[in-house]
Design a protein around this ligand. Structure first.
Ligand code: UDP
Ligand code: MG
Length: 186
């Protein structure tokens, strides 16, 4: 069984979507093995969204593609755009309450990302959390100088999931238990 990190971002918490979000993971047979609420410090968020070139380039390329789709050619490099998004995220995530969870289950990293949906709510699959609970877009977020409000963060791969769980939880906060339906689900 695999573990992944999920954050319900301040927009999700303040909109009263905690229960809705958690129930989607639980209904898929995924198990919450750690959970807490906190207003994270800027320092914690900046370690979470680390100053990593590959990640900055990938985030920047999303921003660039969405602008180009509207016929706007940005002169900044992907890394520069990634840095802009990163500083918006650090400010935003540390601005209010966040629910932080470790979720366990069969290929949970992939399963959780599928249930969460793609980055932009406007174009995310309508049955996903992002696609069904928001319509926010790159365009609107950029024009307001803020990150896309897409309710959730979910780890992208195995290495990131392990590092992110270590960053947000101590070993003793990760609880091992059996869910009553485990023998039926698997
Ligand atoms: N983001 C944004 N504008 C962009 C790209 C990303 O506001 O052009 C924000 C958005 O909130 C996203 C977060 O940055 O969830 C992290 O970006 P990533 O590419 O890792 O997307 P995710 O893995 O969350 O789908
Ligand atoms: Mg990501």
């Amino acid at each position: 069984m695999e573990r992944t990190l999920v954050l319900i971002k301040p927009d999700g918490v303040r909109r009263g979507l905690i229960g809705n979000v958690i129930s989607r993971f639980e209904s898929a047979g995924l198990k919450v093995c750690a959970i807490k609420m906190l207003v994270p410090s800027k320092e914690l968020v900046s370690r979470h969204y680390a100053d990593n070139e590959d990640w900055l380039r990938s985030v920047g390329s999303k921003a660039k593609k969405s602008s180009e789709a509207k016929g706007i050619v940005l002169k900044e490099s992907e890394i520069e755009l990634g840095q802009k998004v990163r500083s918006r995220l650090i400010k935003y995530l540390s601005s209010g309450p966040v629910i932080c969870m470790a979720i366990e289950g069969n290929e949970s990293i992939f399963a959780v990302r599928k249930i969460v949906g793609s980055t932009e709510p406007k174009s995310a699959d309508p049955s996903s959390i992002r696609g069904s609970l928001s319509t926010d877009s790159y365009g609107l977020a950029d024009s307001s100088d803020r990150p896309i409000k897409n309710i959730i963060h979910a780890s992208e791969d195995y290495a990131t999931a392990s590092a992110e769980i270590k960053l947000w939880f101590s070993e003793s906060e990760l609880i091992e238990y059996k869910r009553a339906d485990e023998e039926i689900v698997y």
